[in-house]
Design a protein around this ligand. Structure first.
Ligand code: ADP
Length: 481
């Protein structure tokens, strides 16, 4: 019915010869039958003739309907779908009425089809515009792995026109290295979608990094395998920029570290140099010389401590995934502190430990973390609190062990919660702090997949929270300590 033009007001006229013939025959039959009846010569024959005449007239009226419908059908085939109507005062029969109903329904169906067609075209244009404006290469691939359609960027990347691209096999077109080929092969074999997987396209000078995403969809009922959409995003420039940024960040960090180390070592070295000069000058009493010697010794020890801390910081990346019993480490750390380094603070340490499965991290590493946090707590409380107290607690939360070290000291000033984790940040005057303890502890916690932070919501002192992944929840095998 393509090209149908509908003009409902332009009615088809019934054939006038059929009407005229039917009317004439009807009239003759009627007159003859009437004459016979009036003359009384043959009443039976008159009735018979009347019936014949009526039948002939009915036949022509019926034929008139068929002719009208036939005409209308011919007009419809020529492209004009319109209702059929008899000419003049003759009323058309049921067949014409039914045909007209059919024509009306067909007409509204065609209207709807036309609207759908226009909508489909508009949608196709919209989708086409979206695909063309995509900032990446797009290929739609048939179930036989041949390109079915593509966007302009694909033509640009592969240097082929749309028609040529459509004749290309995906694997031949992409020129993947072995790794990428295997990745794509497996994706198609198991219909496994890919999302932003990095691949390398081309070789030599034209070698570039891309991310590839593959989505599968059913293209047609009779199709054997699925069709797919391949998206390729060129990330070569981004990677290069990332590398440059990474390098420059490393240089900045190195510069900061060097500056910090220089600053930290300069102070004790200056003191050592001063006392060494005094010793060298001679003339000092025995007691003074002993005092100078002691000062040189303690400052040299401080230098060694700074260097030890730096080495611990540098070694953190080489940690193997060990596991340990964190409650046992807490016990050892508290014993050591109470019996040795921390006993001069005279601050009681309470413990509240819950049963805890092994955690990731070697006891040697976590020992450093806990000593740093607990020593800080002791130092903070000893000088300020009326009844100084430190509490070390452990508990299990989901897939992690949580260790908290809480004290009732002055707490962390607002705005310093993040800064205290920066290397060389210290508020401890008189060469008492290096500012490396928390930085090192945090980097150790992160290196085992955990975290260390200061609870900003805690009031009445300071609370440090060490989060460590439970070994059983992790896929890493531990060596146990
Ligand atoms: P250092 O102890 O050598 O200063 P850290 O990195 O261990 O270096 O600590 C950095 C800073 O964090 C400390 O100088 C101190 O200001 C603050 N800090 C750490 N722990 C506490 C605490 N429990 N209470 C108050 N301040 C703390």
């Amino acid at each position: 019915m393509e090209g149908l033009n509908r003009a409902p007001d332009e009615r088809v006229r019934a054939p006038s010869w059929a009407i005229a013939a039917a009317a004439a025959l009807g009239a003759v039959a009627f007159l003859w039958a009437g004459w016979k009846a009036v003359s009384g010569s043959d009443a039976m024959l008159g009735e018979f003739a009347f019936a014949i005449a009526a039948g002939v007239a009915g036949f022509f009226v019926g034929r008139r309907d068929v002719t009208v419908i036939h005409r209308a059908i011919r007009r419809a085939l020529e492209g004009h779908l319109e209702p059929a109507q008899a000419l003049g005062r003759w009323r058309h029969g049921r067949a014409v009425a039914d045909y007209n109903t059919l024509a009306r329904r067909l007409s509204s169906l065609l209207d709807e089809m036309e609207r759908s067609q226009l909508w489909t075209i508009a949608e196709r244009n919209r989708v086409d515009a979206i695909l063309q404006s995509l900032p990446c290469v797009m290929l739609v691939v048939d179930d036989d792995l041949f390109v079915a359609s593509s966007n302009d960027r694909a033509e640009g990347l592969f240097g082929r026109g749309g028609t040529e691209l459509r004749a290309s096999n995906l694997f031949d077109l992409l020129e993947l290295d072995d790794e990428g080929r295997e990745l794509l092969r497996e994706a198609f074999l198991y219909e496994q979608p890919l999302s932003n997987r990095e691949i390398v396209l081309g070789s030599g000078e034209s070698r570039r990094h891309f991310t590839m995403s593959v989505t599968f969809f059913k293209c047609a009922l009779e199709a054997g395998g699925p069709c797919s959409v391949i998206m390729l995003q060129d990330v070569d420039d981004y990677r290069r920029l990332q590398q440059i940024t990474y390098q420059s960040e490393k240089f900045v960090a190195m510069g900061r570290l060097a500056g910090g180390v220089a600053h930290e070592l300069n102070t004790p070295l200056g003191t050592i140099l001063g006392y060494a000069q005094l010793l060298n000058a001679g003339g000092a009493s025995e007691a003074k010389r002993a005092q100078y010697g002691q000062a040189i010794y303690s400052e040299a020890k401080r230098c060694a401590q700074i260097i030890d801390n730096l080495l611990a910081y540098a070694r953190r990346d080489r940690c193997v995934p060990e596991t340990c019993d964190i409650n046992a480490v807490i016990g050892i750390v508290i014993d050591t502190i109470c019996n040795c380094r921390g006993n001069r603070y005279n601050v009681p340490i309470d413990v509240d430990l819950c049963e805890c499965p092994p955690v990731l991290g070697g006891s040697g590493q976590l020992d450093i973390v806990l000593v740093n946090i607990v020593m800080n707590a002791l130092q903070a409380t000893s000088g300020s609190a009326r009844e100084p107290r430190v509490l070390v607690a452990s508990r299990v939360e989901g897939a992690s062990a949580i260790v908290t070290v809480t004290d009732n000291g002055p707490g962390i000033a607002a705005g310093l919660h993040n800064r205290i984790f920066e290397p060389f940040f210290t508020t401890k005057g008189g060469n008492k702090g290096t500012g490396l303890g928390l930085a090192i502890s945090q980097s150790i916690a992160v290196s085992v997949g955990g975290a260390l932070h200061c609870d900003t919501t805690f009031r009445g002192g300071a609370r440090f929270v060490l989060k460590l992944p439970l070994a059983q929840e992790s896929s890493l095998g531990g060596t146990g300590t």
